[in-house]
Design a protein around this ligand. Structure first.
Ligand code: MN
Length: 310
């Protein structure tokens, strides 16, 4: 349920934006079409390419449509799938076939290359709502082999007026998530009930929030709702959240990612040459490069990178 990153989102190459301290920047997500349904892309933005190593955040707004993304490749990133309603079926070139339901986490590591498809499970009818996130892999792991993890149970706890699920990393003394993280990272789902909740944060991390439903007041100042990115900067040792109605949000954070990324289509790399190599291998259907996945959905062709003329 994630789409590609094209020049409408960000230029494929540019230095990452400095992480200011105690920021509260609220910027609109870009609405785009993926698999026949509108999604709100909170990351990347021209003014904000990464939050920690989080480099991509697509909010699949609630839909009853049958959506699916056919086989497509990835490099240099982890895909993180999180649903709050509905079901999806993941298949990949490692042979994984995994149904995911709300409260569960799928984490696929692309490393040097992988192919996957995301389908509507046969017979599923109903609403789907969720997030697809990407995490950039650091230099030390990004050339490694692809892997896939499914976590049926994640640490959950009541905290203030919130039910907290720990997707990745650790927060507020709750058990750490078993999900793989190659850099210091946190990802947390918060189901907020009316009232005020304070969640402790690591001040060395930069953080951002993506609201899935409802409206939330942050740090006693501004309100944020769906289709926005709320960037909180570095240096916060807590976040104060207040809502008058039930609301749902995901908090993302991590140590600022200090490697300059190139992101184009479904590839996270370093420089045009790597992306060109991946693009050509996918166009040539080179299964030695990416492997193959069996899916009833159609394979997705890569667009031509803008720097290639042939
Ligand atoms: Mn994908």
């Amino acid at each position: 349920m994630s789409g590609p990153v094209l020049a409408d989102d960000v230029p494929p190459e540019s230095a990452s934006t400095e992480a200011p301290a105690l920021a509260l920047e609220i910027t609109p997500s870009r609405l785009t079409e993926v698999g026949g349904h509108t999604i709100a892309r909170a990351l990347p933005q021209r003014s904000r390419r990464t939050v920690g190593a989080w480099c991509f955040a697509d909010h699949l707004t609630p839909t009853s449509a049958t959506i699916g993304i056919g086989p497509h490749p990835h490099t240099g990133l982890h895909t993180v799938t999180w649903l709050v309603a509905g079901e999806m079926l993941h298949r990949d070139s490692l042979g994984s076939e995994q149904l995911i339901r709300p409260g569960q986490l799928n984490l696929m590591t692309a490393g040097h290359g992988v192919v996957h498809a995301e389908e509507t499970p046969p017979g599923f009818r109903g609403e789907r709502h969720g997030l697809q996130l990407w995490v950039a892999q650091p230099e030390v792991t990004r050339h490694g082999p692809p892997t896939f993890e499914h976590h049926a149970d994640l640490p959950r706890a009541e905290f203030g007026h919130a039910t907290v699920s720990v997707l990745i990393g650790a927060v507020a003394g709750i058990d750490a998530s078993p999900a793989r993280a190659d850099t210091e990272l946190v990802g947390v789902d918060l189901e907020l009930r009316p009232g005020r909740s304070e969640l402790p944060l690591r001040a060395a991390f930069e953080h951002a929030v993506v609201v899935l439903s409802g409206e939330v007041e942050i740090a006693g100042t501004r309100r944020i709702g769906p289709a926005q990115l709320g960037y909180l900067g570095l240096g916060r040792d807590e976040i104060e959240l207040r809502t008058d109605e039930p609301a749902r949000l995901v908090l993302l954070g991590g140590l600022p990612f200090d490697e300059t990324l190139s992101m184009w289509w479904n590839f996270v790399a370093r420089g045009h040459d790597e992306i060109t190599e991946s693009y050509r291998a996918w166009r040539a259907a080179d299964e030695r490069r990416f492997g193959a996945v069996s899916s009833p959905l159609e394979r997705i062709d890569a667009p031509r990178p803008p720097w290639l003329r042939d």
